[in-house]
Design a protein around this ligand. Structure first.
Ligand code: MN
Length: 152
């Protein structure tokens, strides 16, 4: 690995030498209008630091896994489901996703939601809800309103 010490920010939440990637492979899991940039890989060792951006009206995958997420919202506004609670989030908020908590990020319809997300480099694969788990989440009307019909 031979990166420059400083990689300057560009306009639009891009950085020199950082590729704009697909969030996940198309068809691998449900999501809408999300991009991914890996800012630091194994720096510090054992971690990966990513920047995700959810376009207005878009959403990340509804999933859970053993590994945790430490999230700092950098831009925009939206909502996040963590466990069985929905929270409004905006720039500079911190979000912690604990092991096996169901989670999904949704951008507001009029503004993108961009956030940094720190994870373990070696991590378990996300699980998607089965029909019974999805129904259990939807039993709460606030969660049901958050989880729109395109899920899971
Ligand atoms: Mn996740």
């Amino acid at each position: 690995m031979n990166r420059p010490t400083v990689r300057h920010a560009r306009d639009g939440f891009r950085w020199d030498g950082v590729d704009l990637l697909r969030y996940k492979d198309e068809g691998a899991a449900p999501f809408r209008d999300v991009t991914r940039q890996v800012l630091f890989d194994e720096v510090p060792a054992g971690t990966q630091w990513r920047y995700f951006e959810v376009a207005p009206g878009g959403h990340s995958t509804l999933e859970r896994h053993q590994h945790t997420h430490a999230v700092l919202v950098l831009r925009g506004r939206g909502r996040v489901l963590v466990g069985n609670r929905v929270h409004a989030i905006a720039a500079h908020d911190l979000v912690e996703i604990e092991p096996l908590a169901w989670h999904q990020f949704r951008a507001d319809t009029d503004e993108a939601l961009g956030f940094l997300c720190l994870v373990a480099a070696d991590r378990d694969r996300p699980q998607l809800p089965d029909d019974a788990q999805f129904a259990a989440l939807r039993a709460d009307p606030v969660v049901a309103a958050f989880l729109q019909p395109e899920n899971p």
